[in-house]
Design a protein around this ligand. Structure first.
Ligand code: NAG
Ligand code: NAG
Ligand code: NAG
Ligand code: NAG
Ligand code: NAG
Ligand code: NAG
Ligand code: NAG
Length: 653
């Protein structure tokens, strides 16, 4: 009995000893305060066990894992005893946890897969040792979700500096956890709320998913400088172990501001403005507000808003133009003045006007003036050539050469193309003076010859054409020229003829004689035919051409008329007809004498039979030809020539 009692006492003592040891060296549990994990990832919570006796490992311990509900009550999710372990049924973690004991190091790791927002709780690791008592550690699980990329949206409409604080834009950052923050920046400077100037308002939305979305609206009173400013938002959010930030894109805003200056531009086609130009006035300001009201006016008369078009301006449009701009937001008014000057050049006025009558050998002066707003140059032209410079035209010892049209041209050197001109007709008074005769050579079947006669003199001389027998050729056409008159007549020439151009005015007369010699080079059976051409000329007064009855000419349609003109003869105008007749008679007499001599010689038989027959045949081949020669100076000579010409035929025999 005593031994049994003693043995039980020893056991009690040993137990008591062991118990006191255990109370001194209980099991220790070490855990991190918090463990962080991204939503959907796996979280690992480590529970570290240590005991004083150096015995490590969980071999002989009971390990339990709990989570703390919001009510404060702990819910067991895992139990382990010796080699036996159980995952509690019907908890949110039944299918998502695993616990691993890492051998001798004394680490027990709880792994939670597919971490949810609801997992953000405190987890407890509870350890009970058979000998060392109990130990417990706690870890807070933190869950994170990176938010979507932040977005920004600026207001589309412009904002006036006169407006009260207006919305600039809004930023949004969606689906973050925990709640992200938004900060507004203006040109890299963060914006803080300033009463009546800057207001940033955040709205946090708690999504059904448990995530947070944040919207921030910036309201601001804009200044002119804000037109160049850029705005953006920065989203800041937490991730395991650190804080991150993301910027939105940068935006700018349209700022309307009132003008501080107004400017007017004068737009004319080229440089200086001249009468007749279309002038445009443009008004602008340095403001950009759409509520600006422009007015362009002159002498309180409104001409336009930002543009005034002055069509075909006259000098009366010269003056001060005013442009006014009113900003309807601020009612500030600004104005500017521009002076427009319309240059002018009046019509040139010549004194004396239009025509001037000047006596020969006298002096003459004229003046030309055109009123202009600018400096002018004046010159005088005659027949397109410059004859004088300056306002005055001065002619000394006037001759017919001075007669004609003078043009005074006034130009403005500063404005190319600006000019005016006027003309003056200078008539030089005096008797007619025949200056030139045109004698147009023609080759026609009709054998027409055109005669013309130019006469200087004033009053404009009267020109008449007459034939040698005193008949007036009425078909002549007379025109006035700058210096006198001109007359043209067409005559049909078939034989020698004489035509007079007579001119006269109040101061005297002048005349010129046209001697037209018709030389017929043609195959004829008798030389007598040619000699008759002179006498067979007749004039058809009623017709425009002189009609002749010469059969030889009428029968030669391919004949050629050749005509030439010589100097007019002043003398021998009268009696030239007589001379012609006398010469003709002499010629006929000579021919008769020649005929008699030839006959006499023939009778004597001293002459052989070489008549003109050979020549006749030779000439047959040549074309029918009429030579018309005109000599107006020496009538006798011309006629003699003609006679000689005719005589050549018989002389060849
Ligand atoms: C905006 O910027 C332009 C050129 O970058 C400058 O000329 C202008 O003065 C600026 N405006 C304001 C209001 O600052
Ligand atoms: C404002 O933004 C537009 C395009 O969004 C850009 O073309 C313009 O240059 C910007 N203005 C300023 C002053 O930054
Ligand atoms: C968001 O702002 C609040 C208040 O200023 C601050 O307490 C919090 O830490 C910020 N969060 C982040 C992610 O910066
Ligand atoms: C412009 O001219 C008008 C008179 O034509 C005058 O009343 C006004 O004061 C002037 N304005 C300026 C800005 O000179
Ligand atoms: C005279 O003026 C008219 C009309 O402007 C112009 O056509 C003409 O060429 C001028 N004549 C001269 C010689 O300048
Ligand atoms: C020529 O005169 C004839 C008769 O006199 C006449 O019939 C004919 O019309 C005249 N020819 C011309 C061209 O005058
Ligand atoms: C034309 O002038 C010529 C020569 O001077 C003269 O013979 C003739 O009579 C004058 N005729 C007239 C109609 O004056």
């Amino acid at each position: 009995m005593a031994v049994r009692h003693a043995a039980s006492l020893l056991l009690l003592g040993l137990l008591a000893l062991l118990h006191t040891w255990g109370a001194r060296a209980a099991v220790e549990v070490t855990m991190k305060d918090k463990v962080e994990a991204f939503l959907g990832d796996a979280a690992q919570i480590t529970c570290m066990l240590t005991s004083d006796d150096g015995i490590s490992g969980s071999g002989g311990m009971i390990i339990e894992w709990f989570y703390v509900k919001s009510s404060g009550y702990s819910q067991k999710i895992y139990h382990q005893e010796s080699l036996h372990h159980t995952v509690e049924k019907n908890t949110p973690y039944t299918d998502r946890i695993t616990v691993k004991n890492i051998g001798t190091s004394g680490e027990v790791v709880l792994t939670i897969r597919d971490v949810q927002l609801s997992d953000q709780m405190e987890f407890i690791c509870h350890v009970k040792s058979l000998t060392d008592g109990t130990g417990e550690g706690r870890t807070q699980l933190r869950v994170f979700k990176t938010p979507d990329f932040p977005t920004i949206e600026g207001v589309k409409n412009g904002i006036s500096v006169a407006d009260p604080p207006s919305k600039i834009g809004s930023c949004e950052v969606k689906n973050g956890y925990p709640k992200p923050n938004i900060t507004w920046y203006r040109d890299n400077m963060p914006l803080r709320n300033i009463p009546d100037v800057v207001d940033v308002e955040h709205t946090v939305t708690y999504e059904s998913s448990g995530l947070f979305s944040v919207t921030s609206v910036l309201t601001m009173k804009v200044k002119k400088e804000d037109k160049n400013a850029t705005f953006y938002c920065e989203a800041r959010y937490l991730v395991p172990g650190t804080e991150k930030m993301t910027e939105t894109e940068h935006i700018n805003i349209t700022v309307f501001y009132p003008p501080t200056a107004v400017n007017m531009l004068v737009d004319s086609p080229k440089g200086k403005i001249r009468e007749g130009d279309t002038v445009e006035l443009h008004c602008s300001s340095d403001g950009n507000s759409p509520s600006q009201e422009f007015t362009i006016k002159k002498d309180s008369q409104k001409l336009g808003e930002t543009t005034a078009v002055l069509e075909k301006v006259t000098r009366l449009k010269s003056g001060v133009y005013e442009c006014t701009v009113v900003d309807l937001d601020t009612y500030e008014e600004l104005s500017t003045n521009t002076t427009v000057f319309v240059n002018y050049l009046d019509e040139a006025v010549i004194e004396p006007k239009e025509t001037a009558l000047v006596d020969q050998k006298k002096e003459f002066t004229a003046s030309c003036n055109a009123l202009s707003s600018l400096h002018t140059n004046t010159m005088w032209l005659k027949n397109g050539k410059e004859v004088s410079k300056g306002h005055h035209l001065s002619l000394k010892d006037v001759t017919y050469d001075h007669a004609g049209t003078y043009i005074c041209v006034v130009t403005v050197p500063e404005i190319p193309g600006m000019q005016t001109n006027a003309s003056l007709q200078v008539n030089v008074q005096g008797p007619p003076e025949i200056t030139e005769k045109d004698f147009n050579e023609k080759e026609t079947a009709e054998k027409d010859v055109e005669l013309s006669c130019h006469v200087r003199g004033y009053p404009s001389p009267k020109i008449t054409w007459t034939t040698s027998d005193g008949k007036v050729i009425s078909s002549a056409s007379q025109t006035k020229t700058e210096v006198g008159a001109k007359s043209v007549v067409k005559v049909k020439v078939t034989s020698d003829m004489t035509v007079f151009c007579n001119s006269s005015n109040d101061f005297g007369t002048d005349s010129v004689t046209y001697n037209i010699k018709a030389t017929i080079t043609k195959h004829t059976t008798t030389p007598a035919t040619t000699t008759t051409t002179i006498s067979t000329t007749s004039i058809a007064a009623a017709n425009t051409i002189i009609n002749t009855s010469t059969t030889t000419n009428a029968a030669s349609p391919r004949s050629t008329v050749k005509a030439e003109i010589a100097k007019p003869s002043e003398k021998g105008k009268q009696g030239s007809n007589g001379v012609v007749i006398a010469v003709i008679i002499i010629c006929i007499l000579l021919l008769a004498i020649l005929g008699s001599v030839l006959y006499f010689l023939y009778k004597k038989g001293k002459i052989c039979n070489r008549s003109g027959k050979q020549d006749f045949t030779k000439e047959k081949s040549s074309k029918d030809k009429i030579m018309v020669e005109m000599k107006s100076d020496n009538t006798e000579e011309a006629i003699l020539l003609g006679v000689n010409g005719e005589k050549q035929l018989p002389s060849d025999q």
